[in-house]
Design a protein around this ligand. Sequence first.
Ligand code: SF4
Ligand code: SF4
Length: 461
Amino acid sequence: MGKEKEYISRRDFLKTVAASGAAVSGLSACAGPSGKNDKTGTAGPGEMTYRTNPNTGDKVSLLGFGMMRLPFIKGRKAEDGRDIIDQETVDRMVDYAIGHGVNYFDTSPAYSQGLSEQATGLALSRYPRDRYFIATKLSNFDESTHSAEASKQMYHDSMKFLKTDYIDYYLLHSLSNMKDFRKRYVDNGMMDFLMEERAAGRIRNLGFSYHGHKEFFDYLMSVHDRYHWDFVQIQMNYLDWEYAEKIKSKNTNADYMYYELEKRNIPVVIMEPLLGGRLSRVPENIMKEFKEREPEMSVASWAFRFVGSYPGVLTALSGMTRMEHLQDNLATYSPLKPLTEDELAFLHHIGHMMMQFKTVPCNDCKYCMPCPYGIDIPAILLHYNKCVNEDNIPTSSGSPEYRKARRAYLVGYDRSVPKLRQADRCTGCGQCNPHCPQGIDIPKELHRIDAYIEKLKQETL
Ligand code: SF4
Ligand code: SF4
């Protein structure tokens, strides 16, 4: 583990310790009064760790509720063909979250088939407005909404759906390159409009979420004086910390972005602390390492502790669909137990191990959906990743576990992805590619996976 230890610079470690509760320059951290979880791993009310936004004084819960994977009612569709949100479950989870100190809710016009803002508004508006912070976005997925008029409509619709007359944290959604930034947000006058809205107090904090390369991130930092970014949302977890650029060349390592933001005193909001679930569904050999080290601690909690240990982090978003996810995350941050230097080195070692597995960096965000030809893109990629992680990708019919692995792949594939939605139906039209924030060349990956499946089926490996 000696090499891993070098990974933690003294600067990092001292910052990490500072996150345990002492005030630091910029954000300050504080925990609730009792500071203990019970043995079942459920958090008690009043124990949440909060971070203070230095610009507004907002006391923000370290756990933020990402409203992007809301539950739907199974087997029911609305007249417009969209699924129907299970509002009762959403309300119940929001109640539980608020009851346990969560006060940051992140949504977007693009989430949950465009239904997230309404569902979030319905759930939150049952509470006094000063009990919670709302984050939403000027989304960029549908080109028909990119004119100034349509963009302003999107902004006003967000307020209407969220039943509010101000937005606490407003983001330019998923910036990734200069051309799109200029076209979507600058040339149409929207940046000027949003800054006016901020001056008028209807936007309390203006920032952006980021999925792009380092040069463009540097550019956005260089125009901080012009735009005054109040916060920035980045993809950060113990894999993206130092491997994001290796996973996908157009991405930026999270450590770089974090320190660039920290030195400008810009609060950092974290997305994908679990890398779309990949850091909770780890391969069996890695699971074993986690369990040997901390048998009682969930694998996901390590990832949440990692991001929470950095004091410039205002809140870490988790898209929680199930109550047990919420409870586990609450337990991790109620209060946060920052990682020790040795634990950080352990996670570095785990990250290094995970990089040995060649999974596709799909995080199940579903932005590529729906495919006009009905392909279930994330289900195909996730099944492939699952099999890689479980060592069920035979490389030759001569390998000892070939029969078992072949069966696990093929049977699991038919169970996870209906026949008509499988990779062999992809026409290669490429319509999905521009929507993928991970920059995955989707048709290329689907064709590669399909070719592999064909070999498995024909037994020609
Ligand atoms: S490339 Fe394939 S998966 Fe993507 S939209 Fe076209 S048919 Fe669907
Ligand atoms: S392929 Fe890309 S857009 Fe589609 S679910 Fe995966 S990460 Fe999201």
